[in-house]
Design a binder for this molecule. Structure first.
Ligand code: HH2
Length: 259
């Protein structure tokens, strides 16, 4: 799943694709690099991000989805029902829902439309202030299984679950969720994981004196290492900014040999 943020403020590519022409061109480049899905988002959910007006979010994503949908499966990265509905009308067939609450919109859209339920503690503005769990792995799993079960009973045929790396989690929580990804895979719901360029990678790669977390443009190796781990553990999809490198890693994990 290639990331396409049509936003001024996303944490790693904010402002690069706010222009519609640039966004569509980048989406097509992701397809050429091997993305099976392009995930179009019009609201940053980075820690501390301010919410975006729904009309503005819709205005950002709809034309880009219309342009890309004939070429690739498009998902819409949104927390808002009105944006999800407009995106589905424009040709998206997957709702990537970081609020894990839009299953009814997806059920109403009928066959062929899927839903990603992602776990988040709190909301983006405040989620990193003091994340707390007794047992992060089982709490995230239980939450996702409950949401996925409700969606499946409402008639959603394709339901993905995502532990929401970085969404209301400390670095230790993120690492525990990755270390125990098999717990989520064992639920039987297909798993999506997004680690690409995230802050915990920057901190893991910081210099040994603990200063200077590695910047967003210098987290490729960490992103590929964690994506590879996730695929190896059985994740069915990884969300990535650097699609070419991630597709190469996926092909190696799958043991594909072209003759
Ligand atoms: N992470 C981000 C956004 N959407 N969706 C899913 N399913 N899983 C994730 O881990 C995930 C997500 C955050 O990354 P990004 O889109 O690059 O940044 P921003 O939220 O600042 O636009």
């Amino acid at each position: 799943m290639g990331v396409l943020n049509v936003t001024p403020d996303s944490f790693s590519d904010g402002g690069r694709y706010l222009d519609q022409g640039a966004a569509v061109a980048h989406g097509l480049a992701l397809v050429a690099e091997g993305a099976a899905v392009v995930d179009v988002g019009g609201e940053s959910t980075r820690p501390g991000a301010e919410p975006v007006d729904v009309d503005e979010e819709r205005r950002r994503v709809v034309p880009v989805i219309e342009a890309l949908a004939p070429h690739v499966r498009v998902s819409v990265d949104t927390r808002h029902a009105a944006v999800a509905e407009a995106a589905l009308a424009a040709g998206a067939t997957l709702v990537n829902d970081v609020s894990a609450s839009l299953h009814e919109v997806v059920a109403a859209a009928g066959r062929g439309v899927g839903w990603v339920a992602m776990h988040m503690q709190g909301d983006p503005r405040t989620m990193q202030e003091a994340p707390r769990y007794d047992d992060v792995v089982s709490e995230v799993r239980d939450f996702l299984v409950a949401r996925a079960t409700v969606a499946a009973s409402a008639g959603v045929e394709e339901v993905w679950v995502d532990p929401g790396i970085g969404f209301g989690k400390t670095d230790e929580h993120n690492l525990a969720l990755l270390a125990h990804l098999d717990t989520l895979v064992a639920t039987g719901f297909p798993v999506v994981v997004g680690t690409s360029r995230k802050g915990f990678l920057g901190r893991l790669l910081a210099s040994s004196d603990g200063t200077d977390a590695v910047g967003t443009d210098d987290r490729l190796e960490g992103s590929i290492a964690t994506a590879t781990w996730a695929m190896w553990q059985g994740a069915g999809m990884v969300r990535a900014h650097d699609v070419r490198a991630t597709v190469h890693a996926a092909r190696v994990v799958a043991g594909e040999i072209e003759r």
